[in-house]
Design a protein around this ligand. Structure first.
Ligand SMILES: [Zn+2]
Length: 524
């Protein structure tokens, strides 16, 4: 497996990996990510779902993919990990390592399972990111904890579900929750009290004010798990596991290319006469346009009443024709052309809701203000931005360090590689241009005042590239766990033991580990 990682890094300089091992030299935890996923993170790393799954290999290690969503609303991977235990210490190592691989950029929102070890690790590594819990994980426990209420009252399930999903503001949720607790005598229920105290991290009425790219449950992650199951199973040997993972990544990128092609070469069918629809069709990817179009069509079913004007802000009550509830409050600033809605769809998903669209159309605003067209949902989301290039370029230029110059050019080359492999035509075009560029670079004369730097790639990396160093290091497969499955008690016990081993390993073999981790840094 280590050989595989080393080969991948030698073939693709943007490949990143990191390994922790126990005292005997067995693999304990590892993380790896390919160059394409790192580039994708730069464009779509605003929301990340981090979900340890129980799709384990024969060594009973947890498989932990990092997933996000691209401009076609497809699940994409931002690297993955195999963990031998699930302690806070391990999760901290993993999240720090992952952040390092992702150019040090923290996600805006991180969605995880409701787990104490993960929660503490996220708070320490990503203190400024919004942290939400997967609603799916919490909801699946409801029948277990509330089976007695389910059996006693036929209407409970429906009412409880409405309270969780259909309340749009924290105030509405609080009223509905208190009513249900009283109605079914659940005020002292321990589990309900517990999930109520963390309501701001999982109840839609609270989390919808944070951008989540529309990801609120683990359905997305679950579908990714199903995808992996076609390639991986519990008897997959470790060495095959990582190569199979590559096949999953390749297959995902084929799907992305399909959607890119469809967006570029097909024409959207317009269903209304509103100019905003035509405008959106030209900017959004096909999938996001469909979502926007649905909001636009649905907006025609709503009516509004102006409540008042406060400091130039027009406030409206918006509801379905002949139905007073639910009612949404839209605030529109005509001068600045901005609007907010109590449903918070834009804040949560990044697409204007039907309620705002209804008002905007009524006011004859026929062009969407740019602030409502999030770049990450457009067909241009993966285009390298001129300001990114110029800021990074000027930084690299001013620092006069050949290592920084090298890394800057390499980072842009990775982005170029991704775009150059969208089709055979793109590939051949780029290849020819690169040959030409390469020739011109070789012919470019040095000027007398050129500052030639001598701060070459740092010594430790050079050491690590030597074959001598590679030969000195060997990594054993993780020890197999004899029992099938991992009961919680056993897992926790193993976790404690392994974390101690890893800790001891860190001091005993810190030199080795440092070397491996440095080697895994790749290009930044
Ligand atoms: Zn709305």
């Amino acid at each position: 497996m280590l050989k595989y990682f080393q080969k991948r890094q030698s073939d693709s300089p943007g490949f990143f990996y990191a390994i922790q091992m126990d005292v005997e030299g067995h693999l304990a935890n590892c993380f790896w990510v390919d160059a394409r996923s790192r580039i994708a993170y730069k464009n779509f790393g605003d929301v990340v779902l981090f979900d340890p799954t129980y799709l384990t290999n024969k060594y009973k290690m947890s498989f932990v993919p990092f997933t996000g969503v691209n401009n076609h609303h497809q699940s994409i991977l931002f690297g993955c990990s195999l963990l031998w235990d699930e302690t806070e210490e391990t999760f901290q190592w993993l999240l720090h390592t992952w952040q390092e691989a992702m150019f040090g950029i923290s996600p805006r929102t991180i969605i995880t399972d409701q787990d104490a070890a993960i929660t503490n690790a996220v708070a320490k590594v990503f203190p400024n990111s919004a942290h939400h819990f997967c609603m799916w994980h919490i909801e699946k426990k409801i029948p277990e904890y509330l089976s007695h209420v389910f059996h006693a009252f036929d209407d409970f399930k429906n009412k409880f579900s409405k309270c969780l999903h259909c309340t749009t503001t924290p105030e509405e949720f609080e009223i509905a929750w208190i009513d249900i607790m009283k109605m079914y005598n659940l005020e002292e229920h321990i589990w309900l009290r517990k999930i109520y105290t963390i309501r701001e991290k999982w109840i839609p009425a609270y989390v919808r004010t944070t951008f989540c790219a529309g990801m609120s449950t683990t359905q997305r992650s679950e579908s990714m798990n199903k995808y992996f199951k076609d390639y991986l199973n519990s008897s997959t040997p470790m060495s095959v596991f990582v190569t199979q993972y590559d096949k999953v990544v390749d297959a995902r990128y084929d799907k992305v290319r399909e959607k890119d092609y469809k967006t570029k070469h097909s024409k959207a069918i317009l269903k209304t006469l509103y100019p905003t629809e035509d405008e959106a069709a030209k900017i959004y990817t096909r999938k996001i346009f469909q979502k926007f179009q649905e909001e636009l069509i649905q907006s025609q079913k709503f009516i509004s009443e102006k409540i008042e004007v406060q400091d130039g802000i027009h406030i409206y009550k918006v509801h379905l024709f002949q139905r007073e509830t639910p009612t949404y409050i839209v605030r529109l600033n005509l001068e600045l052309k901005n609007a907010t809605c109590s449903c918070h769809k834009f804040e949560f998903m990044g697409i204007l809701c039907r309620h705002v669209l209804m008002i905007v159309i009524k006011k004859q605003i026929h062009s969407l203000p740019p602030c409502y067209l999030l770049d990450r949902w457009t067909r241009y989301a993966t285009t390298e931005k001129a300001n990114d290039i110029s800021s990074a370029g000027s930084l690299a230029y001013n620092l006069k360090s050949s290592t920084i110059w090298f890394n800057n050019i390499m980072t842009h080359s990775l982005g170029l590689s991704e775009r150059a492999t969208r089709s055979e035509k793109h590939y051949k075009f780029t290849y020819q241009k690169l040959l030409q560029l390469s020739k011109e670079l070789d012919e470019l004369p040095y000027e007398d005042n050129d500052n030639v730097c001598d701060d070459q790639v740092n010594e430790s990396n050079n050491d690590l590239n030597s074959s001598e160093q590679r030969e000195k290091f060997s990594l054993l497969d993780p020890p197999c766990v004899a029992t099938k499955g991992r009961p919680r008690s056993l897992r926790m016990k193993s976790g404690l033991e392994s974390s101690q081993k890893v800790k001891r390993s860190s001091s005993l073999k810190s030199k080795r580990e440092t070397k491996i981790r440095k080697k895994g840094k790749g290009v930044r």
